[in-house]
Design a protein around this ligand. Structure first.
Ligand SMILES: C[S@@+](CC[C@H](N)C(=O)[O-])C[C@H]1O[C@@H](n2cnc3c(N)ncnc32)[C@H](O)[C@@H]1O
Length: 245
């Protein structure tokens, strides 16, 4: 769709034919004129493909921020509205925003440009490969996973991103003290998140009662959350901390 190097690659890690179970469904979706223009203009500066071929130098990637600025990873930003709002509210934090969805990548770049945000970078591809191969140990001050695909059918539960193997992977790039913030409107998935995070030795619950967290004021309403609320779903936030090994 984009000539090499000028936009997000269709299969950056060359792995769509692997038999690995993924948490997303490859889909074709229409990129609007505005999203395409933003991708053409801003991808070379603010975008990166998750090709699994190099370890990122995060201070260099967020060159406009001080070298010791905290960097958080957001997995699955969708159309990026909530990401842009969080970036605007906290300009001293770099947000490495990862998704596979091209229209959303264009939309987030467009929002960042319109709002003059310089603390967002857009990573195209599977977050699992990013965590596994491209992030240095203890390089992240936080991880955000808001309304990940719930995969409600039992035979699809294995596709849910929050599970023990994913938490093992994330423990490497997360610095001690890093906050892991998840949210979902799918109650059985919320229970699963609470169970696997509680059971994992690399994380501790920030809530003294070991339960869900009150919604933090700094998390904006997301698109999927709005849809869930419209269906009468209860939204759960989970706030865990990466503990020192
Ligand atoms: C249900 S949507 C939620 C989007 C947004 N956070 C919101 O609340 O509106 C989940 C998003 O996660 C993305 N996603 C799922 N698995 C992913 C993965 N392994 N790597 C990167 N993005 C992923 C999907 O493409 C989708 O955009």
């Amino acid at each position: 769709m984009f000539p090499p190097g000028t936009g997000p690659a269709a299969d950056p890690a060359g792995s769509h034919h692997d038999r690995r179970i993924r948490s997303f469904q490859p889909r074709r979706s229409r990129v609007t004129h505005g999203q395409r223009t933003a991708l053409n203009r801003l991808w070379p500066r603010w975008g990166l493909d998750i090709d699994g071929q190099r370890v990122l130098d995060l201070p260099a990637l967020f060159g406009t921020l001080p070298a010791d600025a905290p960097i958080v990873l957001e997995i699955g930003f969708g159309m990026g509205e909530a990401t842009a709002r969080m970036a605007a509210a906290d300009p001293g934090t770099g947000i490495l925003a990862c998704d596979v969805h091209t229209p959303g990548q264009g939309n987030l770049l467009k929002l960042a440009d319109e709002q003059g945000l310089t603390n967002v970078r857009v990573a195209n591809g599977d977050a699992v490969i990013l965590l596994q191969k491209m992030l240095p140990p203890a390089s992240l001050a936080g991880l955000r996973v808001y309304f990940p695909d719930p995969w409600p059918k039992k035979r699809h539960h294995k596709r849910r991103i929050i599970q023990p193997a994913f938490l093992d992977l994330a423990a490497g790039p997360l610095a001690p003290g890093a906050l892991v913030h998840c949210a979902t409107d799918w109650e059985p998935y919320a229970e699963q998140m609470l169970d696997v995070l509680t059971a994992h030795p690399a994380y501790e619950n920030t809530q003294p009662d070991g339960g869900f967290a009150p919604r933090p004021a700094e998390r904006p309403l997301t698109k999927f959350e709005e849809q869930g609320l419209g269906k009468g779903h209860t939204v759960r936030d989970l706030l865990f901390r990466r503990v020192a090994d």
